[in-house]
Design a protein around this ligand. Structure first.
Ligand code: PMP
Length: 355
């Protein structure tokens, strides 16, 4: 028996997730908070008692759940935490589907979903988004999938998906709907809160959110889900104990209690710079897609080569070759304006070198 045969069959075709993460002077490739860490959270990390490291963390992060519940305006028993929202998504897929079941997800959307699907023995079914990158409710319902994954604002397209389509899917599926709202802070207050109410009412919907983006804590890996208490409890079983480390819980709780004004201020800056960036890209003769996120997707010829040239010049962006409806594109994270200026300059030169 070869080593490969010793592994579960469903793992044999899975490659390690390997986007280019080599260090770069300005990294606009992963949609994190480029203004840095919220101040109270930073102090909480610096002043953490040694026992935060030498002892085990809490089993299911109850203090964090309470702080997240206050932030999201829900009850703590509707919250489940995880090691990044990656962990919440993976645990939810495992909690709600048996190996062999289908999971339907939009194409294009978050690249990890088909990988989590295969890791859990599920059949990933890609459902094309419409010309305007909206969800086609009938196409999703026709898959008869046990789990339907939706993402709003969507990565990498940046748009919000239509509320009517999502509500129609929730009302008509016999399975579970996971709504990934990792970027919801950047879509404005309405985008933040409309889904929690729908999720709690429906009993078959899980919202997943993260502290990696607006809250600037990606390295700590703190994500969370919001669902009816019964659904949240199942995800928590699937996730298992001790998933949020003690430093992460301490910093995240502090950020939620003391740094929300800082977060809101930087979300507002990201939204302002997103619009300025889109305008500047248009003056380069490009047509960026409208975005409700902290990134902008901009179609370009030969994205891989353009991205490589930009990286050589010290600016990392994320190339997406061959996207449906638009072809090659670059996804650019939004940050402080000086970074955006350098990016626009470097992009202009890379495009000129392509000609
Ligand atoms: N969902 C979406 C749509 C994302 O873009 C990402 C990160 N790139 C995640 C979830 C996972 O984020 P994290 O695990 O850091 O919470």
């Amino acid at each position: 028996m070869t080593t490969l045969e010793l592994a579960r069959a469903c793992y044999r075709d899975i490659d390690l997730y390997a986007p280019d993460r080599s260090p770069c002077a300005i990294d606009l490739s992963d949609n994190t908070n480029l203004w840095g860490i919220p101040p109270a959270a930073e102090l909480a990390i610096r002043q953490a008692p040694i026992a935060t490291v030498t002892r085990y963390p809490s089993l299911y992060a109850p203090t964090l759940k309470r702080a997240l519940a206050d932030y999201a305006g829900v009850e703590p028993d509707t919250v489940v935490t995880g090691c990044g929202s990656d962990d919440v998504l993976d645990s939810a897929i495992r909690a709600f589907a048996e190996p062999g079941d289908r999971i339907a997800y939009p194409d294009p959307s978050f690249a990890m979903i088909p990988i989590f699907a295969r890791m859990n023995g599920l059949e990933p079914v890609a459902v094309p988004l419409s010309q305007s990158f909206d969800v086609d409710a009938d196409a999703f319902l026709a898959t008869d999938a046990r789990v339907i994954y939706l993402c709003s604002p969507n990565n990498p397209t940046g748009n919000v998906m239509s509320a009517e389509a999502i509500e129609r899917i929730i009302a008509n599926t016999s399975g579970v709907v996971i709504l990934d709202a990792a970027y919801s802070e950047f879509g404005g207050p309405a985008e933040m809160h409309r889904w929690t109410e729908i999720a709690l009412r429906s009993g078959r919907t899980l919202i997943s959110r993260t502290m990696s983006k607006a809250f600037g804590l990606a390295g700590l890996r703190v994500g969370y889900g919001i669902a009816s208490p019964a659904l949240a409890a199942e995800v928590e079983k699937s996730r298992g104990p001790y998933k949020v480390n003690a430093i992460a819980e301490r910093a995240a709780v502090t950020a939620l209690r003391e740094d929300v004004a800082w977060v809101n201020e930087h979300v507002a800056l990201a939204i302002r710079n997103r619009e300025l960036l889109s305008t500047a890209l248009a003056t380069l003769g490009l047509a960026p897609l409208p975005s409700a996120s902290n990134f902008v997707l901009v179609p370009v010829h030969n994205a891989a080569e353009t991205g490589r040239r930009m990286r050589q010049a010290g600016v990392a962006v994320r190339p997406f070759p061959g996207l449906p409806h638009i072809g090659d594109a670059l996804r650019i994270s939004v940050g402080p304006w000086e970074m955006m200026e350098t990016c626009i300059d470097v992009l202009g030169k890379a495009l000129a070198a392509n000609d």
